[in-house]
Structure formats: C-alpha cells, structure tokens
Design a protein around this ligand. Structure first.
Ligand SMILES: [Mg+2]
Length: 250
C-alpha cells in the first residue's frame, strides 16, 4: 500500500466514478443511539460544509459521485441533502441504490433475515444500545461485543455478523455486500471497474474496495487497498483524498 500522497494524475486518468463510504471517511466514526422500549433516539450526523464544497468541486471536474454506506436511506438523504442533485446513494451494505429519486433494489434479504431478526429481538444485555432502523440488513449498536448475538448468528451459516467496534452488521454472506452496490452502480453508468476509485475504512468495506480499480483504505489496520490514508490528526480521510485528487488533476 502506498501513501495517498503518491496518487498521481496518471493513475487517475481512467477514473470517472468516485465512491465514498460515510462513517470514518466523510464523518467521524461513532453513532449516538439509545433505545427504551419502543422509543429509539438516533443522532443524525451532518457532513461538514468543507466536505460538501469538496464534493461539489469533484462534480465540477466531471467525476460521478456515489455514496456507499451501511446506513439507511432516510439518514443518507438527510446527510447529503445539499448535493442530492448529483450524488447517488447506495445503502445498507449494497442492498439498494437511490439515484435522482429512483430506488433500485439490488438484493432481497427478507427470507434470509426474518428468523434471526425474531431471535435477536429477545436478546437482553447491558452492552446493547439499540437496533439502528434499517430495512434490508440488521445493525445492532453495542458498547462492547455481546456473545449471545454472536452465538445466534453462528447458527445461520449463510449470514455474516461483522463487529466493527461499535456495532454488529448482519447480512447475507457474499451476496449482500457493498461490492454488489459498486457493481450495480458501475454498470448503471456504463463504466468498468478500472473507472472506479473507492474509499472505505472498515471491515464491511472489503468488497467495496475489491470492486474498484483504485482502492483507498482509510484504516490500513482493518482494510487493504492500493493506497492508504494515514489515520492521524483530526482531518477526515475524505478531506485528504479529495485534496490530493484536486491537487494532481489541476
Ligand atoms: Mg466506514
């Protein structure tokens, strides 16, 4: 892996689509959530004005922009409201994509997840903060790992249960991943893998980076890529990446 400072204009010559993970890339990691009975409180994070301006500049340079996140659509729409005119939103680990108000579902997880969903509802543990509202995957925020959740998940061989340090993401192995979203979006825009640059920071970004011509890791301990962004200081990985792209393509 090379430091992102080594990304050149020549390396970018085929890139037409830039795909961003959200948490840990465009906003800091961490979700504030609590659940009491049937009342869920969930913080909406906001993209900083600087990143909105950077996304607009990439658009001016004729890059297509896609957001590929584990979050739900309602949340992404709120976060990216100012740039929805030219940003497509792929949500819940590649399950579906919103583009110009139209939704295309890439994967139907209903039959895979309905039984485990029922079981997980009954798990009580002091570490569990809450279920993030989602339609197509299951995300359970926890203060620390919960062995009961992991034990239940292990019974379902076709499912993944990824612990990322703040939550479990549960979905269908190999099929319901961010990579599925990348493939669909790439095809939609009549592009090839070599036309795509993607950046992610976590275990659920493995398939996201695998499907991109240029893979950028925002956490080289968790994820392999062609380039990495050093995790130091308060700057967001997207900030550093976009700055580098805009600098070299001038
Ligand atoms: Mg992330």
């Amino acid at each position: 892996m090379a430091d992102i400072k080594n990304l050149t204009k020549d390396a970018l010559k085929d890139i037409k689509l830039i795909i961003f993970d959200v948490d840990g890339v465009l906003v800091q990691r961490g979700t504030r959530i609590s659940q009491r009975g049937s009342i869920t409180t969930l913080e909406t994070k906001h993209i900083a004005p600087k990143q909105i301006e950077q996304i607009k500049k990439l658009k001016e340079k004729r890059f297509l922009i896609n957001i590929n996140s584990g979050r739900g659509l309602y949340m992404l729409q709120e976060m990216f409201r100012e740039v929805l005119d030219f940003v497509s939103l792929t949500y819940e680990n590649g399950s579906a994509t919103w583009n110009q108000g139209k939704i295309e579902q890439h994967f139907n997880s209903f039959l895979y997840l309905k039984d485990i969903q029922d079981e997980l509802c009954y798990v009580k543990h002091k570490n569990i903060k809450g279920f993030e509202p989602k339609e197509l995957i299951i995300t359970i925020h926890c203060k620390d790992r919960v062995s009961q959740i992991e034990k239940i998940s292990q019974k379902y061989e076709e499912l993944y249960c990824l612990w990322n340090g703040e939550a479990y993401d549960i979905g269908v192995k190999n099929l319901q991943t961010k990579g599925l979203g990348v493939n669909n979006v790439t095809k939609f825009f009549n592009l090839k893998k070599r036309n795509v640059l993607a950046i992610g920071d976590n275990y659920n970004d493995k398939e996201l980076l695998e499907q991109a011509g240029i893979a950028v890791s925002a956490d080289k301990e968790r994820l392999k890529g062609d380039y990495y962004i050093p995790l130091d200081g308060p700057r967001l990985p997207a900030d550093i990446l976009i700055e580098q792209i805009l600098k070299v393509i001038k």
